[in-house]
Design a protein around this ligand. Structure first.
Ligand SMILES: [Zn+2]
Length: 274
């Protein structure tokens, strides 16, 4: 299996991500990675799109149609497929990931730290405060990566979403939150690439200037996708968006495992063999 890191910058919309993710943009400028524009699925809400990103299905197919629908996802997903191929999975992520992929409802004392517990995520550290600092989240993920050597690991930050809800996307605070995430990544990405991880960075949805998401305007649904892997040629494709249903099968192909039959995404990103 080819080790892969998946970074989910919650609510990082395409245009303001592009404007503020300076280190990631630098890497694309110098041919060190690829960038695509992704048209997010609807509704542009967190829990439904967390499911879609990992199982490749539109919301009406997987059924997690609301942030308030607390359940374990019944479908195969990138975590479960990785495990089925004897891979080790990990996540430093919001508690809703524990509910979708491990067990629901989330019980704080029991589920905050799940090491070797049952579920699609073998090793997890989960948070529930939306203001949980991204710096701590990346440190949680690094602990899991160094300690358990996972084949597939998710780092899921909430700082951008939090700033967007508090101040709207047309605010200094929202852009500062994106800059802060980029500053974390500027320290970690070179390290990850030196250790020969493949790295996929994207968002679940965007954010309106009023501080909302869930709707269909470009600001609420268009997100960036940065790819750092020898299997994707350096490129910058920002004009024509690709479907968010690409993400789950893309992650499977990068890991070197067969996507689930029901993953609808037609892979729009050309992949070379290793
Ligand atoms: Zn949100």
């Amino acid at each position: 299996m080819n080790k892969t890191i998946f970074v989910l910058l919650d609510a990082c919309r395409f245009d303001l991500g592009t404007r503020n993710l300076g280190f990631l943009e630098h890497m694309v400028d110098y041919g060190k990675g690829a960038k695509y524009r992704v048209r997010g699925e609807l509704p542009s809400l967190s829990r439904p799109i967390y499911a879609t990103l990992l199982n490749g299905l539109p919301v009406h197919r997987h059924g997690v149609s609301s942030n308030d629908l607390i359940c374990r996802l019944p479908t195969e997903n990138v975590f479960s497929l990785c495990q089925a191929h004897s891979g080790v999975t990990a996540a430093a992520a919001y508690s809703w990931f524990s509910e979708l992929f491990c067990c629901a409802p989330f019980q704080r004392p029991k589920d905050r730290i799940r090491l070797g517990a049952r579920g699609d995520i073998d090793y997890g550290i989960f948070y529930w405060e939306d203001c949980y600092p991204d710096s701590h989240l990346f440190a949680d993920g690094e602990y899991l990566r160094r300690q358990y050597d996972p084949d597939f690991i998710l780092y899921h930050t909430m700082g951008i979403d939090w700033a967007g809800h508090m101040h709207g996307a047309s605010s200094a605070e929202y852009e500062q939150a994106i800059l802060a995430a980029d500053a974390c990544l500027s320290q970690l990405l070179p390290l990850w690439l030196a250790e020969e991880y493949q790295v996929v960075i994207t968002a679940d949805h965007g954010m309106s200037s009023f501080g909302n998401h869930g709707g269909s305007e470009d600001a609420q649904r268009d997100v960036p996708l940065y790819l750092f892997t020898p299997r994707v040629a350096p490129t910058r494709q920002e004009a024509r968006p690709i479907s968010q249903l690409n993400i789950a099968p893309l992650l499977c192909h990068l890991l070197g495992i067969q996507p689930a039959a029901e993953m609808l995404g037609q892979l729009e990103i050309p992949l070379s063999a290793l």
